[in-house]
Design a protein around this ligand. Structure first.
Ligand SMILES: [Zn+2]
Length: 96
C-alpha cells in the first residue's frame, strides 16, 4: 500500500503520526527560501475535497475536478467562482 501524503504539505502520514507521538508535531505549512512561513493550516489533509466542500467555496460544478487538492480559496480563478462570490465581494455578510 502506498504511503499516504498530506495533500497540502506533502508530508507522509507516518512521519506526521510519529512526530505527534514525540510531542514535536510537524505543522502543515510551507516556508520560503528565507525561512518565512508562506502558508500554514490548522490540520493536515489526506483526502480530496468533497463536492459539498467545493460548492461551499463557491466553485462552479464544472470546475470541481480542478480544485480537489485546493490549499486556499484564493487559488480559485475568479472565472471559476459562482456569481455570488464573483460579484460584489465587498458586500457585507449577513445582508438580508
Ligand atoms: Zn500537511
Amino acid at each position: 500500500m502506498p504511503e499516504r501524503l498530506c495533500l497540502q504539505c506533502n508530508e507522509s502520514e507516518d512521519a506526521i503520526r510519529e512526530s505527534q507521538r514525540r510531542r514535536d508535531p510537524i505543522y502543515c505549512g510551507a516556508v520560503d527560501y528565507f525561512g518565512e512561513v508562506e502558508w500554514d493550516l490548522p490540520l493536515h489533509r489526506f483526502r480530496d475535497r468533497s463536492d459539498r466542500e467545493l460548492a461551499s467555496l463557491h466553485i462552479l460544478p464544472e470546475h470541481f475536478k480542478e480544485y480537489r487538492r485546493l490549499l486556499s480559496p484564493w487559488e480559485i480563478n475568479d472565472a471559476h467562482r459562482d456569481a455570488e462570490w464573483a460579484g460584489d465581494k465587498t458586500r457585507a455578510s449577513g445582508d438580508a
